[in-house]
Ligand binder design. Structure first.
Ligand code: FAD
Length: 382
């Protein structure tokens, strides 16, 4: 069979991209080695979606994602457990206060609803937060959370309605090019033809693109997450503590619609590789930090832990753009720890790239996410 576009990967990025292409009437096939949508890294995300970033492209793309998530149930009907609780970065150190305040002008320039608020207000939003040394923090009330699996399945059903085809349990073994142009993919079962292939393979993009002799600076590093038993909801925001501690950088947590607290932490140094077995180090490390910040969580029981992969890039920004050496190969990968929140917004940008009608905002986004940038800068709010 031949298609206009083949998407490699039915994950956080691949499925909404298929939906955006289907909406434009583009004949699209999505291939995934897993048995259903979102079974790669998508289901490992804890569900935080924010536009609170430090770079214009990410703010713009995530603002659009938030619009899509927050209006989905009204527009399309599925409950994706959207919860508009906002994001709070509580501050205990003068240096963090300075850094977060310095980001506000750029965040406001790109129309982000965010402010620095005092300790009293933070204590109202997060009842029981440790008051010792609390200086205040930023609050972005329009950010929130969703269920990663409910949302990807909602996008999947919408893509099917728009005529997109999906093939699961099929592994792409080779990107098939001829004279520097994409002509299709070879899988473990058959071949499929298309002049445009979207690389949405997440942490496995380097292997996939390696079959077309394309080198990508995406390195899988592993992060663990956990969920507790449900209790009466008493806070709604995602809390991000950016202070480092021995063995870890930031950690973040929120209480979902069912009252369960969901959390994860950024190990320092990063744990590079594709091992997804849970560790015995994670829970003691993260729980000590969370309970110190919010002592009233100390009696909560953890129901489940898991470990997944961030498709990391050297500067923490995604890789989105046409490959310059292989015509028709479009990279949509390197989403790091933010693929869920970036995906629906970037999916529409990708659809416009294929239709050839990108907007001035898309230009800002695509310059920032270019696979050919120099990777020198480091994002402040990684
Ligand atoms: C603990 C944890 C917490 C996180 N929390 C958040 C969060 O709160 N918010 C957020 O935005 N992000 C979060 N993330 C990050 C997020 O999960 C990822 O950024 C995102 O899922 C990456 O999306 P993707 O589409 O690139 O990859 P995936 O969702 O993994 O999709 C790639 C797909 O490609 C398929 N594939 C790969 N190679 C092939 C091949 N050769 N043939 C066929 N199929 C192939 C895979 O099976 C997979 O389904 C978290 C991650 C972890 C681990």
């Amino acid at each position: 069979m031949s298609y206009d576009v083949i998407i490699a990967g039915a994950g956080s990025v691949g499925v909404p991209t298929a939906m955006a292409l289907g909406q434009m009437g583009v004949k699209t096939l999505v291939i995934d080695m897993n048995p259903s949508a979102g079974q790669g890294e998508n289901k490992h995300a804890i569900g935080g979606v924010r536009a609170t970033h430090s770079d214009p492209g990410k703010i713009l793309v995530c603002r659009r994602s938030l619009e899509i998530f927050s209006t989905w149930q009204d527009r399309i009907g599925d409950d994706i457990e959207w919860l508009k609780g906002g994001y709070v970065f509580p501050v205990y150190r003068k240096s963090d206060e300075k850094m977060l305040k310095a980001l506000l002008p750029i965040q406001k320039k790109y129309r982000l609803n965010i402010d620095y608020i005092g300790a009293e207000k933070i204590r109202k939003i997060i009842p029981g937060i440790n008051p010792t040394g609390l200086r205040g923090g930023t609050f972005a009330p329009d950010d929130g959370s969703i269920s990663p699996l409910l949302s990807i399945n909602a996008f999947y059903r919408q893509a099917l309605r728009q005529g997109v085809e999906f093939r699961f349990k099929e592994r792409i073994e080779k990107l098939w090019c001829d004279k520097g142009k994409m002509i299709g993919v070879k899988t473990n079962l058959t071949t499929h033809m298309a002049p445009i292939i979207i690389d949405a393979a997440g942490p496995f993009s380097p292997q996939l693109c390696g079959t077309a002799r394309v080198d990508l600076p995406v390195i899988p590093d592993s992060h663990e997450g956990a969920i507790t038993e449900p209790v009466q909801p008493f806070f709604q925001c995602m809390v991000v503590d950016i202070r480092p501690a021995p063995g870890s950088k930031n950690y973040y947590f929120y209480q979902n619609k069912h009252g369960q607290v969901v959390f994860c932490i950024t190990p320092d140094p990063p744990i590079v590789g594709t091992d997804k077995r849970e560790t015995s180090r994670f829970l003691p490390q993260v729980c000590e930090r969370i309970v110190n910040l919010l002592p009233r969580l100390k009696n909560l029981r953890v129901r489940r832990t898991w470990r997944g992969l961030y498709p990391m890039t050297p500067d923490g920004l995604p890789l989105v753009g046409w490959n310059r050496d292989v015509k028709g190969l479009l990279h949509a990968t390197g989403m790091c720890g933010q693929g869920l929140m970036i995906a629906p917004g970037i999916a529409e940008v990708i659809a416009r790239m294929i239709a050839g009608n990108t907007t001035p905002d898309d230009k800002v986004i695509l310059e920032e996410f270019s696979p050919y940038r120099h990777f020198k800068a480091q994002e402040a709010l990684k």
